[in-house]
Design a protein around this ligand. Sequence first.
Ligand code: PLP
Length: 397
Amino acid sequence: MSTVTTPTELRLAKRMARLGTETAFETLAKARALEAQGKNIIHLEIGEPDFDTPANVIEAGIDAIHKGYTHYTPSAGLPALRQAVAEEVTKSRGVKVTSDEVVIVPGGKPTIYFTFTALVEEGDEVIFPSPGYPIYESLANFTGAKSVPLQLREENDFRLDPNELADLITDRTKLIVLNSPHNPTGGVLTEQDIKDIAAAIGDRDIMVLSDEIYSRLIFEGSHHSLMSQPGWKDRVIMLDGWSKSYAMTGWRLGYGVMRKELAEHFGRLMTNVNSCSAGFTQMAGMEAIKGDQSAVDHMREQFHARRDKFIAGLNKIPGFSCRLPRGAFYAFPNIKETGLESRKLAEALLNEAGVACLSGTAFGKYGEGYLRFSIANSMENLATALSRIESWAKKNL
Ligand code: PLP
């Protein structure tokens, strides 16, 4: 019998070099290391609600475990949950959706991954918002597509400009990613924006991934989806889920809505990757959408009040100026007047002021000149963070 004494070289597939990441998790690790040295850090880096999952949802999850929802379910989800989501989306988006057009997946991210895997080929072009959620660019590169960032401009309240979108579309454009309410800027597309985007794409053979995971977190106006536009439902993959609206990030539950033939392929991807989402999690998700919604309303009101306080406070700090985000739970201040690069400023705030936030560049090249703060933290912690940043700025700028 021979024993291996030298480690073999790890020969990764080339595509792994093209896979990006989310720096929020890296910053969290750095902040935790500082805490382990005894430093006090206010965590405004990670994008998750600080509220507990609503009690009725927790109860439904526990009850489902007791009732034996601890086995495989169909890959695309429990039929009753697919039906409940179809009814919810029919109501909220104003377009008829059936249960075979819904795929239940573990979180928001799988719908992004499956969309790229199922539709995008090497050499295709993918247009996505920049600054934007980093997973879009990561997966565009991973699948060998050409990344085509569409700059979101502060002067336009970080809503994409349909004319600029039209200029980026070519014969090779395969997929366009929309995200409203938007991470990291809090920009929200209006109904007119959606109509103009539909006109800009026209009848070209292009699919749209519409990431609407913050759809219930809007402070002004209402949510609008491209899938609601007449004739568009079959060209849109709509992503939504429980993570952000119901404070269920760790439960891992989300859904994609798409035409039936694509949903069948998503089901096959689910069989290959996850087998299914956890059954008891799905039962908790059912209670979340069908049960009492007062916890969601309460969280939205709290985020609204925090937003008003935090943005007002940021705008008093020398070198910072911040537009009012209309949805989601992030502040994305312009810090160009500080004269510092975003990365350097984010590092200094973490190491010297005890406030963890993200550099705008974590969201692509057009994020330079900005920082992202998650306001999913208590009013008290947000106030402390503001006074720490203000003292730091007065001393160092
Ligand atoms: N889409 C956007 C725009 C997000 O901000 C996030 C999470 O931060 C996701 C998708 C992924 O959600 P999940 O954590 O449920 O996978």
